[in-house]
Write a protein that binds this ligand. Structure first.
Ligand code: FUB
Length: 452
């Protein structure tokens, strides 16, 4: 009898770990993100970055896509979401449809290449934005000249530093070499790759494996939705390409679209893509997914089978939201009476916010989540005296009229303000000090139980 009970509890424990403990898909569960573009920059090969588009909860429509997010990890378990890194509001020429992005590192700068409808013409344009940091935020520097139908761009920098752009939509795929400043295509290099690619629809993405160029893309089998992931191989960046077929076929819970990237992190190759597992099958409300990808000895990609195990590193993934105070304005927040400084060392990112001289002065940050949820709020700050503050999370003030007493920190300290409630969609956190000039480094939001 005792043996039987022991055996049963062992089986239950095993089921628990296999079904829950090891689940890593959806990869990120606190936000609806799609079109992941994965990169490991040569400036820090320990960090993997994802540049993604963002689906708005409850809309189920691509027209409501307005901004981009960046995520990073150093172990495939713990992730950081850096919040909004570029929005249509910061792109003078753009109006809506902030669809699939990509990113590149070149000559000391990080670039986000993205697509939006142009205000004046209503045409899809390929925009370029720049940052000194891989996590952004990014500043728009205009759209790339010479690109028509500029949806779903991929900016590929070859080993010799030559920049190439790939893009495509509506069953067409194009590529061209870019000018040295990345702001226009070199016309004579423009090629249409459509005829070389089986079933291509949109979203081309390029990576290199064993000195060959692998162009992966979402295709429509027999011109019917939903999309599946295909690839083609060439000896040269602009082709000719040899179509190699699918590497992610239709799977349960796939969206009408699929879109992804392939990157090597440490010793593993990984396929990133999206599904609708988090929204319960809403085609246009998608989440990030990842699975290991294997090549055979001929360089053929073996089929990637989407599963809940994902990258299966022994623990479920955990993602925190890290909002640097100095980025507040660019990342959808606000500042009134306060200013960015970088005089007092020990901060993270590129500075901190200070100048809270009189009570109305404030900083506000934007937190975007997929569902109503609870999260732990921490703020890294520096105060050499005790003071009072108002912290407004959505419509909830964390303390009464007298404010919240915050003890002096003796240098920088992450202060834990406990559990706060977030609503699906956009949440604002506003910090107002009561006439005390505190320094704020960042806001850290740790979702509690955000697993689906
Ligand atoms: O995310 C919006 C659009 O859906 C992308 O630009 C396409 O590639 C498809 O994934």
């Amino acid at each position: 009898m005792k043996k039987k009970i022991l055996k049963n509890s062992l089986i239950i424990t095993l089921i628990f770990f296999v079904r829950i403990g090891f689940c890593q898909n959806p990869l990120i569960s606190h936000i609806f993100a799609a079109d992941p573009s994965a990169h490991v920059w040569k400036t820090d090969t320990n960090t993997l970055w994802l540049y993604t588009s963002h689906d708005v909860p409850g809309t189920n429509h691509h027209a409501t896509m307005f901004d981009y997010h960046v995520f990073s990890t150093k172990d495939l378990i713990n992730w950081i979401d850096y919040g909004r890194v570029l929005s249509v509001d910061d792109v003078k020429w753009g109006v809506s449809y902030a669809w699939a992005p990509d990113a590149a590192y070149r000559n000391g700068k990080y670039y986000l290449v993205f697509c939006m409808f142009e205000k004046i013409t209503g045409k899809y344009r390929t925009g370029l934005a720049v940052s000194n940091l891989p996590q952004g935020p990014f500043t728009d520097i205009g759209f790339i000249k010479g690109v028509d139908l500029g949806q779903d761009p991929c900016l590929f920098i070859d080993d010799d530093n030559t920049p190439y752009l790939y893009w495509g939509a509506g069953g067409h795929c194009y590529a061209a070499q870019l000018s040295n400043n990345l702001k226009s295509i070199i016309k004579k290099t423009l090629v249409e790759l459509t005829a070389q690619l089986t079933d291509v629809f949109e979203g081309p993405w390029l990576h290199k494996y064993n000195n060959k160029y692998y162009l992966s893309y979402p295709g429509l089998p027999e011109h019917k939705w939903p999309e599946e992931m295909y690839y083609a191989v060439s000896d040269k960046p602009l082709g000719p390409y040899k179509a190699m077929g699918k590497y992610i076929s239709l799977f349960k819970g796939s969206s009408g679209t699929n879109h992804g990237s392939i990157a090597k992190y440490k010793n593993d190759w990984i396929a990133f893509y999206h599904s609708t597992w988090l929204s319960g099958g809403k085609s246009e409300v998608r989440n990030l997914m990842a699975n290991y990808l294997y090549y055979d000895e001929n360089g053929t990609i073996k089929p990637v089978i989407p599963d809940t195990l994902g990258l299966s590193k022994g623990k479920p993934t955990k993602c925190i939201i890290l909002l640097e105070a100095e980025n507040a304005k660019k990342a959808g927040g606000k500042m009134e009476g306060t200013r960015v400084e970088s005089k007092f060392g020990g901060y993270s990112g590129s500075g901190y916010v200070t100048g809270f001289d009189v009570r109305p002065d404030y900083i506000e940050v934007l937190v975007q989540v997929a569902k109503d949820m609870e999260a732990d709020l921490k703020i890294k700050l520096c105060a050499d005296a005790d003071f009072y503050a108002d912290i407004l999370v959505g419509v909830t003030m964390l303390a009464g009229w007298e404010g919240l007493k915050i003890n002096k920190t003796d240098g920088w300290k992450e202060v834990d303000f406990g559990k706060v409630k977030l609503q699906a969609g956009d949440n604002r956190i506003r910090f107002t000090s009561h006439n005390y000039d505190v320094k704020i480094d960042y806001f850290k939001i740790e979702p509690i139980n955000d697993q689906p």
